[in-house]
Ligand binder design. Structure first.
Ligand SMILES: [Zn+2]
Length: 269
């Protein structure tokens, strides 16, 4: 019985201290970073403690890179307005929350809150904190094997890759050498926060401004210099963002823009 009391006490001490250590506040932006010790890449083999600070640094450097990008390009008015809206949210007084998990789902790298969801359904999907917030899955960002696997599931991986992976290399929560990972996590931080402006993916009558700004302002290893330039030029091209919907859609069709953007996205993922 004394042992049980001791264990309970120990457990409560550990959980209290981890709550304290897992939050980081950036007063200037009213930004809260929490539970991101494993950012950007979860690794089940090591104890990770620096993630909150790394995310803070990525947040700050992504902001300055975004400002530089905006200054260095002559973006179309629609695009400039979007950037302005983005900075209004970032610099606004409302609390912003960046949080992390790993292995809860392997279906997304990260997910951003939406103001529309909050207004329409009274809250956010995926257990996200109130808008504006982002949830990063650091196991997915790392391109890891799932965090929890049975022996049978580990064996399935070996079979899936035709025995080119050895069973001893299929370790839950470590990198799967056959899966891509997010090489530029800073750009993902920007990408997710840009969703706060209300832009979502694959809009029918516009090109995908979230991916385009990410690819232009944060060049990805997967893209050539020409492809980066294409993303930037498209953001500068007024015809691609003009108010007249019919003319805009016509322009996108005439130059086969949507499929070119789609090809860039496919290279990235
Ligand atoms: Zn997205």
């Amino acid at each position: 019985m004394p042992n049980l009391v001791f264990l309970t006490l120990l457990f409560s001490v550990i959980s209290v201290s981890s709550v304290f250590s897992s939050e980081l506040r950036l007063e200037r932006f009213n930004l809260m970073i929490k539970s991101c010790e494993t950012y950007p890449y979860y690794d089940s083999q090591i104890e990770q403690t620096e993630g909150n600070t790394r995310l803070k640094n990525d947040f700050l450097s992504s902001l300055s890179q975004t400002k530089t990008c905006l200054n260095n390009h002559d973006f179309a008015p629609f695009v400039v307005d979007k950037f302005q809206h983005f900075f209004e949210i970032i610099e606004g007084t409302k609390e912003k929350i960046l949080t992390c998990n790993y292995g809860v789902t392997n279906s997304y790298y990260a997910v951003a809150s939406s103001l529309a969801d909050e207004l329409e359904q009274g809250g956010q999907d995926h257990g996200l904190p109130p808008h504006p917030s982002v949830l990063f899955d650091t196991n997915r960002m790392a391109g890891n094997f799932p965090v929890y696997m049975t022996e049978a599931q580990r064996n399935n991986f070996v079979l899936f890759y035709n025995h080119e992976l050895r069973i001893e290399d299929v370790i839950p929560g470590t990198r799967n050498p056959r899966v891509g990972f997010i090489e530029n996590p800073r750009s993902l931080v920007f990408h997710e926060m840009f969703h706060w402006t209300g832009s979502s993916h694959f809009p029918k009558k516009y090109v995908d401004i979230v991916y385009l700004t990410q690819f232009c302002c944060f060049p990805q290893v997967e893209h050539s210099a020409e492809e980066v330039a294409f993303a930037c030029e498209l953001l500068e091209e007024e015809a691609a963002w003009q108010e007249d919907e019919q003319k805009r859609v016509q322009f996108l069709e005439d130059f086969d823009i949507q499929s070119k953007v789609k090809a860039l996205i496919q290279k990235y993922h």
